[in-house]
Design a protein around this ligand. Structure first.
Ligand code: FSO
Ligand code: SF4
Length: 547
């Protein structure tokens, strides 16, 4: 075994990637990611102690967020990147240790190795990296619970990162993330303690999603119902993908008046719903589909592509020289646009590059409709409640989450198209591309697919459910006519799942496969306590959900 990673839905054989990632991550990078997480745990041990003594650690907070985010699936594939990050992490950890000593904080003599191990050379890093992955935890249930916490915290880091770049921070969230990382080094914790920590991760997942929602809506306005063009224009264009709205804002400003259009790809589609971006004439539309189709769609786009976050796929030579990364994203040999001292970015190189390229090749035409985040849906609440009371809407299906390349995900297209006409799909995340072009019609003007936005906006779906509970005067969320059939892929989906569990949502179905990191015992607890289930086939599942 060269590596071990089982953090995403595409884990090899539904157990884990051991030679090379299905995602394209090499074994040395996978191991170095494990080592970075390991040193981050050491940082969190000191940071948590400092915080207990009333000393805040802002540098460690930001470093932890960036570090965790960079290890999420399809974010960063760079060996050099992780070697540099580990060096920085070791230096930061020593600074925190010195800070703790000078603040007279009593440091445990038997500190975990993550807080004391040190090295300097890449060779030493590589040697250590092969020993610190998740398999170092021998008990499979403990390993499973710690994985749930770690992956939940990784997803939280992505949300916290996006909020932070917009100037929104929540100290409680950072404190919890450190506490959770430090706790995963504590061998005295029982399975019950860890289960409690999993639930607490859900609590702070809700909190960080609320923070990001506030950051996005107070910076860019509440998403509005919007028709997005999926065809192309005749100018050269830049394609922006990933989830970072701040990057998009800067790109739109810098491209204004240059004759270069800006198109969204994948998870950037919902940016069109924000009032702040509608004023840009050259914000041309959405090109293509979800992340895994980028190997074909980046090719036919013809112009440069800016990847702001996941999901990056190892690029093909046919467009690699047109690909740019920014933020925590990276791939060896791909040009990276760093942030300047003041946090802004200079995209002029991409803009000049675009001017030399042909306009995008048209791959489809038409429009898709979205913008049904909580403010819009709640403004339609009376119509929605009336439609439910009159029986025109029998059931809502939350089909949020991620898309992926597995053939078994065709299930979601079939499921959506076979759902009875008196049902409405609530979606968010790139999972929507499996059914957002099916023209499923509407019910009294309410589209049958309501897109709340990015996976980051799944929070909206929780708010909608909570408000509907209120509107119907119900005691329990689970009495609502809402079923949850969620497609997952990477670690942000774990965060969303834990948030829903924390809010008390039961009977969530997860697919296309259950996480490889759920041990049989942990899966049993999730089934018994929360009614978590998998999927079978579209016909039987529709019968089961509508029974
Ligand atoms: Fe998709 Fe990728 Fe948004 Fe994920 S683009 S899969 S959950 O990283 O982030 O929905
Ligand atoms: Fe495998 Fe997923 Fe890990 Fe990549 S992120 S190595 S595909 S489990």
């Amino acid at each position: 075994m060269n590596m071990f990673c089982y953090q995403c839905q595409e884990a090899a054989k539904c157990t884990g990637c051991t030679v090379r990632g299905i995602c394209g991550k090499t074994s040395d990078v996978s191991n170095l990611q494990d080592l970075l997480i390991y040193v981050l745990k050491g940082i969190s041990i000191y940071s948590t102690e400092l915080k207990k003594a009333g000393v805040q650690t802002p540098e460690a907070d930001n470093f932890m967020v960036d570090g965790l985010f960079s290890t999420i699936t399809n974010v960063n594939f760079g060996k050099e990147y992780f070697i540099e990050k580990i060096s920085q992490a070791l230096r930061l950890r020593e600074q925190l240790k010195d800070q703790a000593i000078s603040a007279n904080i009593q440091i445990d003599k038997n500190l975990h190795d993550a807080a004391v191990w040190t090295a300097e050379t890449p060779e030493e890093f590589e040697a250590k990296s092969a020993t610190v992955g998740i398999l170092a935890e021998e008990n499979e249930d403990v390993r499973s619970l710690k994985s749930l916490v770690l992956y939940g915290v990784k997803g939280m880091a992505a949300y916290a990162y996006h909020a932070h770049v917009l100037g929104f921070d929540d100290q409680e969230v950072y404190d919890f993330m450190h506490k959770a990382l430090a706790a995963t080094t504590d061998s005295s914790l029982t399975a019950d303690d860890l289960l409690a920590l999993v639930m607490e991760t859900g609590k702070f997942s809700v909190q960080v999603m609320a923070l990001l929602d506030k950051a996005n809506t107070s910076t860019y306005g509440n998403p509005e119902i919007t028709k997005v063009n999926i065809g192309v224009r005749n100018n050269p264009g830049i394609l922006i993908s990933g989830h970072d709205l701040k990057d998009l804002e800067e790109l739109l400003k810098q491209t204004e008046g240059t004759g270069v259009d800006v198109y969204t790809h994948g998870e950037m589609l919902p940016a069109h719903y924000y009032p702040a971006f509608k004023k840009y004439e050259h914000f041309a539309g959405n090109y293509g589909n979800s992340w895994w189709k980028q190997d074909k769609e980046f090719q036919t786009f013809n112009g440069p592509i800016l990847m702001t976050t996941n999901c990056l796929v190892p690029p093909k030579d046919s467009y690699k020289d047109r690909l740019y990364t920014t933020g925590v994203v990276g791939f060896p040999g791909v040009k990276h646009i760093p942030a300047k001292e003041d946090g802004t970015k200079d995209f002029s190189e991409i803009i000049e590059h675009a001017k030399k390229c042909a306009p995008p090749t048209e791959i489809e035409t038409g429009e898709i409709v979205g913008g049904f985040a909580h403010a819009t849906v709640l403004s339609l609440a009376d119509t929605v409640v009336e439609a439910v009371k009159s029986g025109k809407i029998k059931k809502f299906f939350v089909m949020a989450g991620c898309d992926g390349r597995m053939k078994s995900r065709e299930y979601y297209t079939e499921f959506a198209s076979k759902l009875p006409q008196d049902t409405v799909i609530l979606t968010a995340g790139c999972a929507k591309y499996r059914y957002n072009k099916l023209n499923l019609g509407d019910i009294d003007g309410i589209p049958r697919v309501l897109d709340a936005g990015q996976c980051n906006d799944s929070y909206s779906l929780a708010i909608i459910a909570l408000k509907l509970k209120e509107a119907f005067g119900l005691e329990d969320l689970n009495e609502l006519p809402i079923a949850y059939n969620i497609a997952w892929y990477e670690q942000k989906a774990v965060t969303v799942l834990l948030a829903l569990l924390y809010l008390g949502v039961k009977n969530i179905h997860l697919g296309p496969t259950l996480p490889a990191f759920l041990s049989p015992n942990v899966a049993k607890v999730l089934v018994e306590k929360f009614g978590i289930g998998g999927i079978s086939n579209a016909d039987d599942d529709i019968k089961m959900f509508t029974a």
